[in-house]
Design a protein around this ligand. Sequence first.
Ligand SMILES: CSC[C@@H](O)[C@@H](O)C(=O)COP(=O)(O)O
Ligand SMILES: [Zn+2]
Length: 204
Amino acid sequence: MTERTTGPGTGLAEAGAVLAREAARFASFGWMRGTSGNLSVVTNRDPLRLAVTASGLDKGELTATDVVLVDAAGQAVSGGRPSAEAALHARVVRLTGAGAVVHVHTIASVAVAERCPEGIVFRDLEMLKGIGRPTHAGEVVLPVIGNSQDMAVLGDRLEAARDPDMPAVVVAGHGLYVWGADPRQARHHTEVVEWMLQLHLARR
Ligand SMILES: CSC[C@@H](O)[C@@H](O)C(=O)COP(=O)(O)O
Ligand SMILES: [Zn+2]
């Protein structure tokens, strides 16, 4: 049985509008070329429900209706075809308690991960405060995990590699996954991590 997708209590239309706006921003940065990337936001905790961008669309052209409601396994509970990576979004939410997840295909994430397959170290940067560190001092590691078309495999790799001090992982040869308490914080985390990746590239 499909669940209601609009109307009081569902918030799906509102979630779709937020995701379309966030996606347009990331696409304008060149981080969602072609039909790459996907976004999600939690609409309900119990039972878990996420609004996820629909699959195969140009993420720079989304409207509020280009969104699908999925369950804790990433399975659609409303009409439409959710992102092929919806199950990984749901896994990230279950693991971290995040309220929103961002996936972008940035060149810097792929390029730096090729140079640092064991993990990317960010050290002594004011921008570290943008991912929750109390000061610029010290270092954190952005984990790198191998790619797979199987979201259960990717989820297992993410669970094994993730660092509680770093709300992101890089999927090698693929792109960046980032999360936050809500879409705004997930966006800020994405922009901060990407800034540090671009700095890494600029220094070499
Ligand atoms: C250039 S297509 C890349 C896809 O395979 C996938 O990695 C992706 O990011 C977008 O998939 P989607 O199903 O549209 O959410
Ligand atoms: Zn992708």
